[in-house]
Design a protein. Structure first.
Length: 228
């Protein structure tokens, strides 16, 4: 029993010594003999750290109280919208801005073109298509006329019209393949370092050729039959 008590007393004294050693601050002696503490003392801010909601409230500024009635809410929404003259003027400005952007886009201004139409390669493809007389551009008006005739014609005529539409679609496919090959060949000669895929350029040329000339965007820059 005495041995156990003595061991416990020695352990307690050893722990106390360790705590005392750890609690003593590190001392550093400067070159001039001055003794100072080795731990850096961080000065306090002098004021408590503000809460998040208080800091955010100061950044946003004062918040208007919520409306108490529906009438007050409507009046506040009306005041935010501005007067009728201001709203009318803003709508007029938006329409004019949109019309100006469309005019520049139809004129071929590179800044206002769609991403699929940008670049000198696409402009060259458009010129090639616009300088040709394409059968694909006649498909839409002919198809609409044939569909109208199907509703007023006899069953025998409907069969003939359906056959004619299938033949027209076959001619469109053939023309699209030939146009794609021709466009890719001329693009390689003019722009040997271009990175556009041949299938993409062929499809782009076919889609433009299948549109009626006065509905193409951007508008054609060349006349039919003009050398490119």
């Amino acid at each position: 029993m005495n041995l156990l008590r003595r061991r416990r007393a020695d352990d307690t004294a050893s722990d106390a010594g360790n705590d005392t050693t750890d609690s003593v601050p590190d001392l550093v002696v400067d070159g001039d003999g001055t003794v100072r503490s080795g731990r850096a003392d961080t000065p306090g801010k002098g004021k408590p750290t503000p809460k998040r909601r208080d800091a955010q409230g100061r950044r946003r500024g004062p918040v208007a109280p919520a409306p108490l009635t529906a009438k007050e809410a409507r009046a506040r929404r009306k005041a935010q919208r501005g007067t009728r003259a201001d709203r009318k003027q803003a709508a007029t400005d938006r329409r004019q801005s949109a019309a100006e952007r469309r005019r520049l886009m139809m004129a071929g201004d590179e800044r206002y073109l769609l991403p699929k139409d940008k670049g000198p390669v696409k402009a060259y493809v458009r010129d090639i298509v616009d300088a040709r007389r394409n059968f694909a551009g006649l498909f839409m008006p002919l198809a609409l006329g044939m569909v109208g005739m199907m509703f007023v014609g006899v069953p025998a005529m409907q069969y003939l019209i359906t056959l004619a539409m299938l033949i027209m679609m076959l001619f469109m496919v053939i023309e699209g393949l030939l146009l794609g090959r021709m466009v890719n060949k001329r693009v390689r000669e003019r722009f040997p370092d271009h990175t556009d895929r041949p299938l993409s350029l062929g499809f782009y040329a076919f889609m433009r050729a299948s549109q009626m000339r006065n509905m193409r965007a951007p508008k054609p820059r060349v006349k039919p039959g003009q050398a490119i």
